[in-house]
Design a protein around this ligand. Structure first.
Ligand code: PA5
Length: 443
C-alpha cells in the first residue's frame, strides 16, 4: 500500500489541529457515501473500482487489441479529464525514450490545444503511418477536441480508406447527446459511454482512461485492482488514523487555513510529469471556486531544483510540498569508476544512481522544511499499474473529501465556461450574435 507521512508539516501546523479535523472529514466522506453533499449527481467514480465488471474490462481489452493489431500509432483526442488520466498512466509506465514492444502502437495526443503548428505537424507525422484515433469527449462538443477530430477523421479515411477507418476510430462519449455521439452512431464506430454521473476529471477508471492505457500495452485489470484496494483501505468506516485519504484531506485543509495557499506536487522521476498534470486538473477544477481553494502546482526534481528550487527555498512562505517518492526503480545502474577521476565522482563509484536521487530527495526535504515549507510525503513501492491505481483513487477520494471540507462543490467547473463564451462570441458562433456585438464593443 502507498504510505503517507505528514509529520514534516508539524511546526507550520499542529498535530492536534489536524486531528481536530476528524469529525469534519468523516462528515465529508459520509456525505459522499450518502450522496447528500453538493454535486451528488457526479459520484459515479466513488465505487467505480469495485464495481467495474469483468465483461467491461474484457470488452475494452478486445477493442484495444483491434487498435494494437491495425495501428502503428494511435492518437488519443481529448482535453482535460478526457485525456490527462490516460496520459498520466501511460507516461508513468512507458520507456522514457519510446522503446516499446513490437506490436504496441505509439500513443500520441491531440485535441488538447488549438495550436495550428501542433496539428499540422501531427498530420505530417501521421502521413504514411497506419494510425487510428480514440476520440474522447463527454460533452461531445469541446472545440479543441472537435477540430482535431475533424482533421484526424479526414486524414484517417484518406490514408486508410473508409472501411478501415471505421474499424480504427473509437468514440468515448455521452450515451445520447453531443456531436461525437452523432458521428459515432452515423459512421458505425465502436463506442463507449462515459457514465452521466462521472465527471471528466474523475473518469480515468472508465473507458476514457482504460482504453488508451490498454492500447499502450498496460494491465488495466491491475490498475483497477490497485484502485479497488485503495477504495477498501479508505472506506468510510476506516478510522481516521488509518484512512490516508481522510488524513491528506485534513492536513491540506489545515495548511490552507494557516496561509499555505499553494500545494506543490513534487516528483523525483520525470515519468511522473503527467501524473502531476492529472493531479493539478483534479484539484484545480475541483477546489478552485467561490474565490477559494489551494492552487495546485507541480515540479519535477531534481530538474526544477535548478530553477524553481530557489523560489521554494526562499520565496514567499505560502507554499507546502507533497512529494511522491518511489521506493524501487525498474532498473539498476551504478556510477562507474574512472581511474582519472577528473570529475571527482569516484566517491560515488559503485553506488546506484537511485541512491544519489534518494539522497537528493532527503536533502531537499530537510532543506525545504528548514526553509519553512511544510512537507507531506507519499511513498509508492514502485511505478506499476497496481500502485498507480492506488494513487489515482487515493487522490480522487481525498479531493472529494477535501472539497467538501472546504465548502465547495468539487464536481462542477462553472469557471471553465467563461473563456469559451468569449471565444465563441469572438468567432461569431451561431447563437452568440448578441454576445458577439457586446464583446466587439469592448475591444
Ligand atoms: O474534468 C472535466 O470535466 C473537464 O476537464 C473536461 O474533462 C474537459 O473540459 C473536456 O470535456 P469533454 O470531455 O466534454 O470534451
Amino acid at each position: 500500500m502507498i504510505g503517507l507521512s505528514i509529520e514534516k508539516t508539524f511546526g507550520a501546523i499542529s498535530k492536534a489541529a489536524v486531528s481536530a479535523y476528524e469529525m469534519k472529514v468523516k462528515a465529508a466522506q459520509d456525505a459522499l457515501e450518502m450522496g447528500t453533499g453538493k454535486g451528488s449527481d457526479f459520484l459515479g467514480w466513488l465505487h467505480l473500482p469495485s464495481s467495474i465488471s469483468e465483461a467491461m474490462l474484457a470488452d475494452i481489452k478486445a477493442t484495444a487489441q483491434v487498435l494494437r493489431t491495425n495501428c502503428e500509432v494511435v492518437v488519443v483526442a481529448g482535453i482535460g479529464g478526457s485525456y490527462l488520466g490516460a496520459r498520466a498512466v501511460i507516461e508513468a509506465l512507458s520507456n522514457s525514450f519510446g522503446a516499446r514492444e513490437k506490436e504496441t502502437p505509439a500513443v500520441v495526443y491531440a485535441g488538447n490545444n488549438l495550436s495550428e503548428d501542433y496539428l499540422y505537424e501531427l498530420l505530417e507525422f501521421l502521413k504514411g503511418k497506419r494510425f487510428g484515433v480514440i476520440n474522447i469527449s463527454k460533452s461531445g462538443t469541446t472545440t479543441e477536441t472537435a477540430i482535431a477530430f475533424r482533421l484526424l477523421k479526414r486524414a484517417c479515411e484518406e490514408q486508410r480508406g473508409k472501411e478501415m477507418a471505421q474499424q480504427v476510430i473509437v468514440a468515448i462519449t455521452d450515451e445520447h447527446k453531443g456531436a461525437a455521439r452523432v458521428t459515432a452512431d452515423k459512421e458505425g464506430y465502436k463506442s463507449y459511454i462515459i457514465p452521466d454521473n462521472v465527471g471528466g476529471r474523475y473518469s480515468v477508471l472508465t473507458p476514457v482512461g482504460l482504453l488508451p492505457i490498454a492500447v499502450a500495452g498496460f494491465d488495466i485489470a491491475q490498475l483497477v485492482a490497485g484502485a479497488a484496494a485503495m477504495e477498501k483501505a479508505c472506506a468510510a468506516e476506516t478510522p481516521f488514523a488509518e484512512n490516508l485519504a481522510a488524513q491528506y484531506a485534513a492536513v491540506r485543509n489545515e495548511l490552507y487555513q494557516r496561509g499555505k495557499k499553494i500545494e506543490i506536487l513534487v516528483n523525483f522521476c520525470p515519468k511522473l510529469h503527467y501524473f502531476s498534470e492529472w493531479w493539478k486538473q483534479l484539484y484545480g477544477e475541483s477546489e478552485g471556486k467561490d474565490h477559494k481553494g489551494i492552487y495546485p502546482a507541480s515540479v519535477d526534481f531534481t530538474t526544477d531544483l535548478h530553477s524553481m528550487g530557489q523560489w521554494i527555498q526562499e520565496g514567499e512562505r505560502s507554499i507546502y510540498e507533497t512529494v511522491l517518492s518511489i521506493n524501487h526503480t525498474d532498473h539498476t545502474l551504478k556510477v562507474p569508476t574512472d581511474e582519472a577521476n577528473l570529475d571527482g565522482l569516484n566517491y560515488l563509484a559503485g553506488r546506484r544512481i537511485d541512491e544519489v536521487n534518494k539522497m537528493a530527495e532527503l536533502g531537499t526535504q530537510l532543506a525545504h522544511v528548514d526553509g519553512g515549507v511544510p512537507n507531506i510525503r507519499i511513498t509508492v513501492d514502485r511505478l506499476d499499474e497496481y500502485n498507480l491505481g492506488q494513487l489515482i483513487y487515493f487522490f480522487e477520494l481525498a479531493c472529494g473529501i477535501s472539497g467538501y471540507v472546504l465548502g465547495v462543490n468539487p464536481f462542477d467547473q462553472p469557471g471553465v465556461e467563461a473563456y469559451k463564451s468569449n471565444m465563441f462570441a469572438l468567432l461569431n458562433k451561431p447563437g452568440y450574435e448578441e454576445a458577439s456585438k457586446a464583446i466587439q464593443a469592448r475591444i
